[in-house]
Design a protein around this ligand. Structure first.
Ligand SMILES: [Zn+2]
Ligand SMILES: [Zn+2]
Length: 227
């Protein structure tokens, strides 16, 4: 498989192509490294060169969990964290020009920059705009620095009608979860804003993410004395 080169090539496009080449029902799926059978629920590693995701058995996955290792593959962690009430102004959202009010951002270590993608009918689209507002925010919320490059993303969602305008729902999620969401939305997308089914899928996805997340920062001390 030869990936196209040139300025239009996007890592996510590569990744989605890789995923599309896989048969939909995952029964009988095998480890992309050692060919051992893996269950429907299995782990992934990112190929840092092609940016593709590879399905892995537990043993192969564990070979690539070392954060600092200079390896071509990096294991996708399984943690979910929530950053509640992230201050993200409506103006910053507008600057992002993300039509669906939903984006995921991650650090591309090969390009040494943060990239933002949003879902759409063609899969994931990279926001071409400078992410100055985001950089300012990250500087103001140091907890956001825990995101691991290449394998974890911050999934942010603009508040809906009736919700606090100046905040964003923000979760740290494994990068494969983002691609799963993008893949699902691609098949459901209708019209300009995605339509009802896509929005229902986004809601359901956020429900699951919320259920799996633990707070990124400790709750403000609610205990008085020792009990
Ligand atoms: Zn394996
Ligand atoms: Zn897989």
């Amino acid at each position: 498989m030869s990936a196209p080169t040139g300025p239009t090539r996007s890592p996510v496009a590569t990744l989605l192509r890789v995923n599309r080449n896989r048969p939909e029902p995952v029964t009988g799926e095998r480890c992309d490294m050692c060919a051992a059978p893996v269950g429907e629920e299995h782990q992934h590693v990112v190929n840092l060169e092609s940016r593709g995701l590879m399905c892995c058995c537990r043993a192969c996955y564990l070979l690539f969990t070392e954060d600092g290792a200079r390896l071509r593959y990096r294991a996708v962690p399984e943690r979910y964290l929530s950053f509640d009430g992230l201050p993200l102004s409506a103006r910053t959202w507008d600057e992002f020009r993300i039509p669906v009010g939903l984006a995921f951002l991650f650090r591309n270590s090969a390009q040494e920059r943060t990239v933002a993608f949003y879902p759409g009918p063609a899969g994931a689209t990279e926001s071409e705009l400078p992410l100055d507002g985001w950089t300012t925010l990250v500087a103001a919320v140091p907890e956001l620095a825990v995101v691991r490059p290449d394998v974890e993303a911050l999934l942010v969602r603009r508040p809906g009608p009736g919700e606090d305008e100046g905040t964003a729902s923000c979760h740290l999620v494994p990068i494969d979860a983002c691609y799963e969401l993008v893949g699902r939305l691609r098949t459901l997308w209708r019209g300009f804003d995605g339509g009802q089914e896509a929005h229902a899928a986004i809601d359901a996805f956020f429900e699951r993410v919320r259920a799996r997340s633990r707070p990124a920062r400790p709750e403000p001390a609610a205990v008085e004395g020792s009990s």
